[in-house]
Design a protein around this ligand. Structure first.
Ligand SMILES: [Zn+2]
Length: 487
């Protein structure tokens, strides 16, 4: 996730921080935000969806394959926000047996047909309607809404705006468009059949395996993601886009832009293949996913989002040669979202408290790319700007980088997790030396790939590679707050 409109965001942060301060002081809030307990292990999520543009709803069918995580269990508890649930059944090779369920307070509690053990997979079928406009969560300063699924100009009433559909999962809004365990410590493979008006293109995670015309002006695209990732990284986009094709090694690199920007798509996003090569080499870990696409969206609720293989950028990414003549103001965002495909998508924060293992790395990737492409002086200048961003909000001084007592999970998306965390990585790199730092980064990815991470796992990798104890460093910089004052 990348926030932009720093000034606006900063105001929002100030207001919300003041609110937290007031609450902390008066109520002494010390709630411990523990990592979500894994009772169930998601395995595969298969969806068939179509869209009701008039009602701004989505009709969905889901086949969810899962098993108990460790302890035997006869129940499956899913997040499902503001939905209508029509049918819940056990699916055994296509034969459906109805299951008992209770749907209340955005939780779908399903009673399975028997007790399953941890090695026994089952598949549950759910027929539902997603109603994003009924979702009660209201978002935050960093992510200004939490409807999960967004219809833009769905009835075509605004002549100046394209009709689009897009989704935004982070932090826990994917469960507004499919029932799931909407926590970052779950991972599942995925396939989605999206039925849309034939005039539109679609984008989702992974590769499109088929595209079939339905004969009534509709078309069904089948997208398959064969490597597991967290539910908040699921994505669907639908609209009238030009798709500009690029390539890195044998991996398709696609840019989805509104048609009037088609001619400039490579000027905006064209450094992506070079970034893929640079980061793959630096990490000694080749980009692990089947394609890399970037799409723009109208009325987006944040800056950009690292949905695996299907990054969403807000509309200001779209620039014309007049805008691009001095600089591409979106380049930091492009490197940030790409780097998340290792730090965030491949190894995912196990909880929002540990968001640093996603956002500090993505933040630091902006420095790394700038250093490589434009030189150390320019990169150092951007690092100074980042530090200024941290210092601007006095409340940042009191926040630990890893925080188990945040007020709202989206408060974690602040200048501590981003700016300060990125600067701390820069410090670690200088302390350990380039070679040890990069070997440690590689070890952390390799050890935790397709799983989750927390700050201690990063420490263990750096210690293993360098032979140096780093508890003192993490205690000071990750589990404590503030900064040295030099006078
Ligand atoms: Zn980010």
């Amino acid at each position: 996730m990348k926030k932009i409109f720093i000034a606006v965001l900063f105001l929002g942060t100030l207001f919300s921080s003041n609110g937290i301060f007031a609450q902390t002081e008066t109520s002494g809030r010390t709630e411990y935000r523990q990592t979500h307990t894994k009772s169930t292990e998601l395995k595969h999520t298969k969806l068939k969806v179509n869209f009701d543009y008039a009602k701004e709803q989505m009709n969905g069918e889901e086949w969810l394959t899962a098993s108990p995580h460790f302890y035997p269990s006869d129940s499956l508890i899913l997040d499902a926000k503001a939905m209508l649930i029509h049918e819940v059944a056990l699916d055994k090779n296509g034969a459906k047996t109805p299951l008992k369920y209770a749907y209340k307070d955005d939780m779908l509690r399903i009673t399975l047909d028997k007790t399953y053990t941890r090695n026994q997979d089952y598949t549950v079928y759910i027929k539902y309607t997603a109603r994003p406009n009924e979702v009660k969560d209201k978002g935050s300063a960093a992510i200004t809404d939490a409807k999960g699924l967004y219809f833009v100009n769905a009835q075509g009433k605004d002549a100046d705006k394209p009709t689009q559909i897009w989704t935004q999962g982070e932090t826990e809004a994917s469960s507004a468009w499919f029932p799931t365990i909407d926590k970052p410590n779950q991972k599942t493979t995925q396939e989605i059949y999206m039925t849309v008006p034939d005039k539109y293109v679609t984008l989702s995670n992974g590769l499109m395996k088929s595209s079939v015309k339905e004969g009534n002006g509709l078309r069904t695209d089948h997208w398959v993601m064969d490597k597991k990732h967290a539910p908040y990284l699921f994505f669907m986009g639908v609209g009238d886009y030009a798709v500009v094709k690029d390539k890195w090694r044998n991996i398709p690199v696609d840019y989805y832009v509104e048609k009037e920007y088609e001619a400039y798509a490579k000027q905006i996003f064209g450094n992506t293949p070079e970034m893929l090569e640079f980061f793959s080499k630096k990490l000694n870990y080749d980009y692990p996913w089947s394609k890399y696409a970037q799409i723009t969206a109208r009325d987006y609720v944040s800056g950009a989002m690292e949905n695996t293989t299907a990054v969403l950028h807000q509309e200001s990414a779209q620039q014309k040669p007049g805008d691009l003549i001095d600089e591409n103001r979106w380049e930091d965002v492009i490197s940030h979202e790409l780097f998340h495909h290792w730090f965030g998508d491949l190894v995912t924060t196990e909880s929002w408290s540990n968001l640093t293992v996603n956002e500090s790395f993505a933040n630091y990737s902006e420095y790394l790319w700038n250093e490589y492409k434009y030189g150390k002086d320019f990169a150092d200048y951007t690092l100074m700007k980042a530090a200024e961003g941290y210092f601007r909000d006095p409340s940042n001084v009191t926040k630990d980088l890893v925080r188990f007592n945040y007020h709202h999970k989206e408060d974690m998306f602040d200048a501590v997790s981003y700016n300060k965390g990125g600067s701390i990585l820069h410090m670690l790199r200088n302390y350990l030396g380039d070679e040890a730092f990069w070997a440690g980064m590689h070890d952390y990815l390799k050890t935790n790939e397709y799983g989750t991470g927390e700050a201690h796992q990063f420490r263990l990798s750096l210690e293993k590679v360098s032979g140096k104890d780093l508890n003192w460093f993490l205690n000071q910089w990750y589990f404590n707050s503030g900064h040295p004052t030099v006078s």
